[in-house]
Design a protein around this ligand. Structure first.
Ligand SMILES: *Cc1c(COP(=O)(O)O)cnc(C)c1O
Length: 395
C-alpha cells in the first residue's frame, strides 16, 4: 500500500511547493527574545507572540527550576486520576482572579480548551453563532459538537443579528468570538455583541489568546476594554503567548460551566496534566502582571510609538487596539520580497498572503512586545522606511 500512498503524498507536497505555500521552519539557536540567532544570523524579532516579554524572564525560569527540584518533572497522569498538585489549583485560582471569573480549568493548550469546550455543553437542540475569522481550534471544537452552526462575517454586527434571529428557535444560543483576530489585529466589538446577546437571549464565549495581557488598561483583555468583567459566560486563553509563551491553555468563566467541563471535556479527561515547572512559572507570571502594570504600560507605549511612526511614514496599517500591526502591501510577491529585505536589514517578520489572508490583501504582520526597547523599534521602523522607499511603497 505504502508505495501508492507515497506517490500520492509526493504529488500533493509538490503542488503545495508549486503554489508557493510550503512552510519551512527557521532554526533559532538562542532563547526566545528580541535579539535572536536565526540560521546563524542575529535578528531583532518582530513576529513572536511574546507580548509582555516574559518568554525568557529570569523570575519565570527561577520558578520553573525551583518547581522541578521540589515537585519533579512530569505528572504521568491526567488531572482526575493522580495528576493534580495543589499548584494546579493555585494557578486555576490565579487565572480566575485575573479575569474576574468564578473558576478555571487548565488544558495542555488553548487548542485543547477550544477543542473540548462545545461538545460537553451543547447538543443538537442548541446553536453556536461563530465569527467567520475565528481561530482554527474554535472551528474544530465547534465541528465536534452537534449544535446547529451559524456563521457571521468578521465583527459584522448586522450579520450577527441576522444569525441570532435565525437561531431563535434553538434551546440555548452561544455567540463565539476571538478577542483579537490574529491577521488584522482588530478587537472584537464585545460591547455590541453583549448588547445583541441580551436582546436575543444568548451567551458569549471569547477566546482571549491574543488579547489577554495586551488589550485593556491593565491587559486583562477585551472584557476589561469594554468594562464587561464578570459578565461573559466563557473565556478561553493560552499560556503560550503573553503569559510566558511555554505551553498550556485554560477555560475560565461561570462555575457550573467549569464544573461540567471537568466531568465531560475530553482533552481534560484523556490528556496529560501540565508539568509542575510550567504551572509554577505560570503562577509567577500572574503574580507579576497582578503586582505591577509596568509591562502592560510599556507594551502600550511601544505599540503606539510604532504605529504613529509607521503611519507618519505613509504606511497603510490596519486600525487596531492590539499589539498586532498589519502593514498592508496587498500584493503577495511584494509581501515576500519586502520580508526578505527586512531580514537582510536584521528584522525578523513574516509576510502573509492568500490563503492565510484574503486574496489581494497580502501584508507583513508586525508584533510588538514589551521586550522591545526604543532602539529596536527605531531599527525596525527605519528598515521599513528604507525598503518602502526603495520599492516605491512610500515616498
Ligand atoms: C494561539 C491561539 C490558540 C492556540 O493556543 P495554544 O495554547 O498554542 O494551543 C487558540 N486560539 C487563538 C485565538 C489563538 O490565537
Amino acid at each position: 500500500m505504502y508505495q501508492e500512498f507515497k506517490s500520492h503524498l509526493t504529488v500533493e507536497l509538490a503542488s503545495i511547493k508549486e503554489a508557493g505555500l510550503f512552510k519551512n521552519e527557521r532554526l533559532i539557536a538562542s532563547p526566545q527574545g528580541v535579539d535572536i540567532m536565526v540560521d546563524g544570523k542575529h535578528l531583532f524579532n518582530f513576529c513572536a507572540n511574546n507580548y509582555l516579554g516574559l518568554a525568557n524572564h529570569p523570575a519565570l525560569i527561577e520558578a520553573a527550576k525551583t518547581a522541578m527540584d521540589e515537585r519533579g518533572y512530569g505528572m504521568s497522569s491526567v488531572r482526575f486520576i493522580c495528576g493534580t498538585q495543589d499548584r494546579h489549583k493555585e494557578l486555576e485560582k490565579a487565572i480566575a482572579h485575573y479575569f474576574g471569573t468564578e473558576d478555571t480549568i487548565l488544558y495542555a493548550a488553548c487548542f485543547d480548551a477550544n477543542g473540548g469546550l462545545f461538545e460537553p455543553l451543547l447538543t443538537e437542540e442548541d446553536a453556536v453563532i461563530s465569527d467567520a475569522l475565528n481561530h482554527a481550534s474554535i472551528i474544530d471544537g465547534v465541528r465536534l459538537c452537534k449544535a446547529q452552526r451559524f456563521r457571521y462575517a468578521n465583527a459584522d454586527m448586522v450579520d450577527l443579528e441576522e444569525q441570532l434571529k435565525k437561531a431563535q428557535s434553538c434551546r440555548f444560543r452561544l455567540i463565539v468570538t476571538d478577542g483579537v483576530f490574529s491577521m488584522d489585529g482588530n478587537v472584537c466589538p464585545l460591547d455590541k455583541i453583549y448588547e445583541l446577546a441580551n436582546r436575543y437571549n444568548a451567551m458569549i464565549m471569547v477566546d482571549e489568546s491574543h488579547s489577554a495581557g495586551v488589550v485593556g488598561k491593565t491587559g486583562r483583555g477585551v472584557t476589561e476594554l469594554y468594562q464587561l468583567r464578570g459578565k461573559i459566560e466563557i473565556i478561553t486563553g493560552t499560556l503560550g503567548k503573553a503569559f510566558g509563551g511555554a505551553v498550556g491553555g485554560f477555560t475560565t468563566g461561570k462555575k457550573e460551566i467549569i464544573d461540567m467541563l471537568r466531568q465531560r471535556s475530553r482533552p481534560y479527561l484523556f490528556s496529560n496534566s501540565l508539568p509542575p515547572m510550567v504551572v509554577a512559572a505560570a503562577i509567577e507570571t500572574f503574580a507579576i502582571v497582578d503586582k505591577t502594570n509596568d509591562l502592560q504600560d510599556k507594551l502600550h507605549r511601544n505599540t503606539d510609538y510604532f504605529r504613529e511612526k509607521m503611519l507618519a511614514a505613509g504606511f497603510d496599517i490596519k486600525p487596531t487596539q492590539s499589539a498586532i500591526c498589519a502593514v498592508m502591501l496587498y500584493d503577495a510577491k511584494l509581501s515576500q520580497d519586502f520580508a526578505a529585505k527586512l531580514h537582510e536589514e536584521g528584522i525578523y517578520v513574516t509576510g502573509f498572503y492568500y490563503p492565510v489572508v484574503p486574496k489581494g490583501e497580502a501584508r507583513i504582520r508586525v508584533q510588538i512586545s514589551a521586550a522591545h526597547e526604543q532602539e529596536h523599534l527605531d531599527k525596525c521602523i527605519n528598515a521599513f522606511i528604507k525598503i518602502g522607499k526603495a520599492l516605491k511603497i512610500i515616498q
